[in-house]
Design a protein around this ligand. Structure first.
Ligand code: 13P
Ligand code: ZN
Length: 269
């Protein structure tokens, strides 16, 4: 069977980037079993021949009408598929979907009928929300970074911007490369619509959202950017925890150092 990627280098590149990030997630220990998921909006690479391709499985109701996704195409990790397998064989562990004209269903079009991730409600809600705001975000990532999840197990870190300020102060680059900080979504059932709603409520202020006792969700212009933001935040979390393990509360950068950094790098806030 001919792959949808054949003679479509731009589309193939998107899948390669997903596979590369999936490998990093596994290497970092953030992707036990099928943990985590990725979706990328690939609509800009879709040609007329793909638009005419028939669905290879029945349309599935999304449970919500997502008007800004009309006619959009996504590459999605499959539900129950492992990141380490997505890294090596992306087209067997993920699939391309099309959002139907009624904006209420999706259908799988290629290469295999791999059912998309159970977190599709959150992913599609985020894509829909950001597109509606006219923003150029294409990728959404959910993963289980150990240290950030560990820090989400206490209420004191779940107050607004407590973790943002703490993590920014651990190493100067964290604010530079995650300038909008870390939003908080209190615990909700994985895969639920309420988790999706709780997540998008954070997107006006943040690109990365911590899911209490579960993981993080992040959005970016491409999948590397979505990954990098989680990576820098989790690095700061590791530094904090390492200092605590050495028996002291780290000082963190001072307010003056943070202000100098914010000005020098032309950052918001
Ligand atoms: P999926 O295998 O359905 O993508 O689920 C993994 C996960 O992390 C759920 O939160
Ligand atoms: Zn998860």
């Amino acid at each position: 069977m001919k792959s949808i990627l054949e003679n479509r280098p731009a589309l193939a590149y998107e899948v390669e980037q997903v596979a590369e990030v999936a490998g990093y997630l596994w290497q970092k220990g953030w992707a036990e079993r099928n943990g985590g998921n990725i979706t990328v909006n690939v609509t800009e690479h879709i040609d007329e021949e793909i638009r005419q391709m028939p669905a290879i499985a029945e349309p599935v109701a999304m449970g919500e009408v997502l008007p800004h996704l009309k006619g959009c195409y996504f590459f999605c990790k499959g539900t129950n598929k492992r990141m380490r397998d997505l890294a090596r064989r992306p087209m067997e562990n993920g699939s391309f979907i099309r959002i139907t004209e009624d904006c209420a269903h999706y259908e799988i079009i290629a290469d295999n009928p791999v059912k998309p991730t159970s977190e599709l409600p959150s992913h599609l809600a985020m894509h829909n929300y950001l597109l509606g705001k006219g923003l150029n975000y294409k990728a959404a990532l959910h993963t289980h970074p150990i240290e950030l999840v560990a820090m989400s197990h206490t209420d004191k870190f779940l107050e607004k911007d407590v973790l943002t300020n703490l993590l920014w102060s651990m190493i100067p680059e964290t604010k530079a490369f995650c300038p909008r900080g870390l939003g908080i979504a209190r615990y909700q059932l994985p895969g639920s619509q309420i988790l999706a709603d709780t997540t998008i409520a954070q997107l006006d202020d943040y690109d990365v959202v911590l899911w209490e006792k579960h993981g993080v969700c992040s959005v970016g212009c491409d999948i590397m950017e979505a990954f990098d933001q989680v990576d820098v935040l989790n690095k700061s979390a590791q530094i904090y925890i390492n200092a605590k393990c050495m028996g002291y509360e780290p000082d963190g950068m001072s307010q003056a150092q943070m202000a100098e950094m914010t000005k020098a790098f032309n950052l918001p806030k």
